[in-house]
Design a protein around this ligand. Structure first.
Ligand code: NOJ
Ligand code: CA
Length: 709
């Protein structure tokens, strides 16, 4: 392959060791490394010679105040280049180019003789770096008290942030200047049920999205988070420096490591175009290839679920109204609203079979839901015992006869220890009854008590689940894990995670402002797919207990989310009867793909709008989604990605002229036109609205009937 690499390595040795400076670059990105006068490692990053990360320090504190951030000397450095293209098992594109220049700096802490390597990879769109602890006599098993990585920013950027909660990413985003980040204020005024207190008022989660006054888009996150806690960022309001804040364990340590080992990659993605941020594959590229050799059993899919009816209060997960409602024989007395009953599940299976939906998820099928939440109990669920009205065998046979796959639900209620003891039993049970995928969940406080959802212990737990499910050829969708960091490349059976505030908040809380879906692609989704649960059609009056509650979206926007919120697992989240009421609009959900050969980011601005076109895997079909925040707007796009000379039918699902998320959310129009690669369209998005388009090769009859755009 032709290499178009400009690789620069400058070593200026001026006599004293701290003045050594090493650089690596690619295209507009330049990285510099040096030691300061204390022997502390320092790096900086520029874009087109503009500072992105000003000189920032690196290093650690180990347990007992043992500094591992100063007194270093450079003992050597290596530079390598890499350029290849690989194919993900599933994804947004068929081919991913992994092209970087690497600088590895070898360091020795002079007074302890301990060794540290820092690996920097410079890509066209940013920099990833990680700490590597080589095999060495003086550092074997060690405990990290703090990672001292800093990101000194060059300005008081506009920042899209959620608080640094150790257990949850399920927050609405705040947009403010960096110097105004303060999650204490956010917590105090919120009445929302999921808001917990973040211990550091100035700590935020990553991916952190920022925009500088002079138009640079900067995204900071991490890649390949394994065997280490998640990194949050503490914001210094004066110096505008972010510093790594690792999620602690039950005794306030951060990480237990054993050399040779390394940390996750710290990532800085930067561009003068917002669309480049969304197109970046840097985080995936920094992850290891799949450890699963035979991946033929891993298949993206759409699914429906016995789910929204519980979220909206029409049904219950539990069979009885309370754990105490038992008859003389000790059997639970049905409360009358249990949704996971055989007849109801069959209704969903019928709907899936009739509508090209592969999977049916059923929650609340196993005993334990009378008393599962908020009690920090270790053994709530056993994952194999159904309620009396859920006929596991009969449901499996019925689904099988209809060509539908059942999706298992394993809510752990945060008791990871209980789940680990039962994983084999649970997965054998699944295989016996034809389940190939599982949605797991970690609602509530974690057991082992004192551990956090985003700490090292749980990061390792989620990996064990990915490994164990892979061994059983089971696909997994995790709710309430730490936010993804591209590890789906390594474990492609881990198709999706929640790990952010999903559509469901519109069901059981005051919901989320319409700009949420224009921010998530720049934040949470930078690390990987989200099970956002789009496709709600009944946008008002869906919760009988709270009649004035409504979705913060139009119906057309709910369709667009299937394209803008990438996931290889996409739920059609609403009730079958609500889809029956809008069969014409539901056609888009029936048609839309979940696996792609190509993706074009058409237009994007964090907090304002996102428009994306994707080409279905092994097909000529394209699907386009565009979403806006609370402001109505027009987005003009062309179809230049289509094959030249070919004619296609574009079916446009748009907000009606009088649509508005608050007053008229279910008003939409559906129009069809013939389009070619020279066509243009101006999409009119309502306040809180969106548009979805399917583009499919035209049939001869359609060429006669339809007008050109
Ligand atoms: C929270 C999950 O996000 C939701 O999807 C699920 O229904 C409940 N937990 C119960 O497990
Ligand atoms: Ca959740």
């Amino acid at each position: 392959m032709k290499r178009t690499i400009i690789f620069l390595l400058v070593i200026i040795i001026t006599g004293s060791s701290f003045a050594q400076s090493l650089t690596a670059s690619m295209d507009r990105i330049k990285l510099a490394f040096s030691l300061n006068e204390n022997g502390t490692p320092i790096y900086s990053v520029t874009f087109n010679d503009k500072p992105v990360i000003k000189p920032s320090s690196l290093g650690f504190v180990f347990i007992n105040n043992d500094n591992f951030n100063s007194g270093f000397e450079v003992t050597g450095s290596d530079t390598t280049s890499h350029d290849d293209t690989w194919q993900p098992v599933w994804g947004e594109v068929k081919n991913i180019r992994n092209h970087y220049n690497q600088l590895t700096v070898h360091l020795k802490q002079k007074n302890t003789n301990r060794l540290l390597d820092i690996e920097f990879r410079v890509f066209a769109e940013g920099v990833g770096f990680r700490y590597v602890f080589p095999l060495q006599p003086n550092l074997k098993y060690f405990i990290v008290s703090d990672e001292l990585t800093q990101f000194a920013l060059a300005g008081d950027h506009k920042t899209f942030w959620i608080p640094g909660d150790y257990d949850s990413n399920e927050y609405p985003y705040t947009t403010s200047k960096l110097s105004e980040v303060n999650n204490k204020a956010l917590v105090d005024k919120s009445t929302d049920i999921a808001v917990r207190v973040a211990p550091d008022s100035f700590a935020v989660q990553t991916p952190l999205m920022m925009k500088s006054d002079d138009g640079l888009y900067i995204n900071i996150h991490e890649a390949a988070l394994l065997n280490y806690p998640a990194m949050q960022l503490h914001v210094d309001h004066i110096s505008l420096t972010l510093s790594s804040n690792l999620v602690p364990d039950a005794v306030s340590n951060k990480a237990y490591l054993h050399a040779p080992c390394h940390t996750p990659w710290r990532t800085i993605i930067v561009s003068d175009k917002a669309t480049d941020i969304l197109a970046s594959k840097m985080i995936l590229n920094l992850n290891d290839p799949s450890v699963i050799i035979n991946t033929s059993w891993i298949k993206p899919m759409k699914f429906i679920g016995v789910w929204w009816e519980m979220q909206t209060g029409k049904g219950t997960w539990s069979y009885a109204n309370s754990a105490d409602d038992k008859d003389a024989n000790g059997n639970l007395i049905p409360g009358g609203k249990h949704s996971a009953n055989t007849a109801n599940v069959k209704r969903y299976i019928d709907f899936a079979a009739a509508n090209n939906i592969k999977g049916v998820l059923v929650e609340g099928w196993n005993v334990g839901w009378e008393d599962w939440f908020g009690n920090w109990k270790e053994n709530v669920f056993d994952f194999v015992t159904p309620y009396p009205d859920f006929d596991v065998k009969g449901i499996e046979a019925y689904a099988h006869s209809k060509g539908v796959e059942m999706i298992m639900h394993n809510e752990t209620s945060g008791s990871a220890t209980n789940y680990e003891r039962q994983m084999d039993t649970a997965y054998k049970f699944m295989k016996e009854f034809g389940y190939n995928s599982v949605k797991t969940g970690y609602v509530g406080k974690i057991i082992p008590r004192g551990e956090h959802h985003d700490g090292q212990w749980m990061v390792n737990h989620y990996e064990r689940v990915a490994q164990k499910t892979a061994a059983y050829h089971i696909m997994v969708d995790m709710h309430e894990p730490m936010r993804p960091t591209g590890v789906q490349r390594t474990y492609p059976n881990w198709l999706a995670s929640e790990a952010a505030r999903g559509n469901e908040y519109n069901a059981f809380s005051n919901g989320t402002a319409p700009d949420h879906e224009t921010i998530l692609p720049f934040t949470r989704l930078m690390g990987g797919p989200m099970d956002y649960t789009p496709g709600i059609f009944k946008l008002k009056n869906y919760n009988p207990n709270v009649p004035d509650r409504q979705m913060h979206s139009t119906l057309a926007k709910q369709l667009a989310l299937y394209v803008t919120m990438y996931s290889p697992l996409q739920m059609a989240a609403d009730l079958p009867e609500n889809y029956e009421a809008h069969k014409d609009a539901f056609q888009f959900i029936k048609d839309v793909a979940v696996d792609w050969d190509n993706t074009k980011i058409l237009a994007a601005e964090p907090g304002d709008y996102v428009a994306i076109a994707r080409k279905q895997k092994a097909s000529d079909n394209w699907f386009i989604g565009a979403v806006t925040d609370e402001n109505k707007r027009e987005i003009t796009t062309d179809f230049s990605f289509l094959d030249p000379g070919k004619k296609y039918v574009a079916t446009i699902y748009a907000d009606a002229d009088d649509a508005d998320w608050q007053s008229n959310p279910e008003a939409y129009t559906i129009k069809q036109f013939i389009v070619t690669n020279t066509s243009h369209i101006t999409l009119k998005l309502a306040s809180g609205g969106g548009a979805a388009i399917s583009v499919m090769p035209a049939q001869p009859s359609q060429l006669k009937q339809l007008k050109s755009l």
